[in-house]
Write a protein that binds this ligand. Structure first.
Ligand SMILES: [Zn+2]
Length: 115
């Protein structure tokens, strides 16, 4: 039983979903981009049996705002960083995270779940 569950999760990890974001998140993203900064939001795995297909039952959707990046070797003390492979708009390299915001999922309203 446990082995089957593991194999299922291995399979579904190959299918990723870009979730629909709430209006407040889209507004924040547009504002941030218009200032010339980078924004990333989390792509979630499509989980078999998940009650919410938008967030994979996370309940929230994360938006990460970065002012600095892409750079090859970040050295900003006490700052978190994130790697991005580049997509034609945002370049490949490290980004220094200014803020990560969690928004309630537009589909399931972000119900807290004990894990
Ligand atoms: Zn959801």
């Amino acid at each position: 039983m446990a082995v089957d569950q593991f194999q299922d999760s291995e399979t579904v990890e190959k299918v990723m979903v870009t979730p629909y974001l709430p209006v407040a998140a889209m507004s924040e993203i547009q504002s941030w981009l218009s200032q010339g900064f980078a924004v990333f939001h989390r792509v979630v795995p499509q989980v078999n049996g998940a009650g919410c297909k938008n967030c994979g039952d996370l309940g929230v959707l994360y938006v990460t705002k970065c002012k600095i990046g892409p750079i090859s070797s970040p050295r900003y003390a006490n700052k978190s960083i994130v790697w991005f492979d580049g997509d034609g708009r945002a370049g490949k390299g490290w980004y220094v995270i200014d803020e990560t915001i969690a928004y309630d999922c537009t589909n399931c309203s972000g119900a807290d779940r004990v894990v």
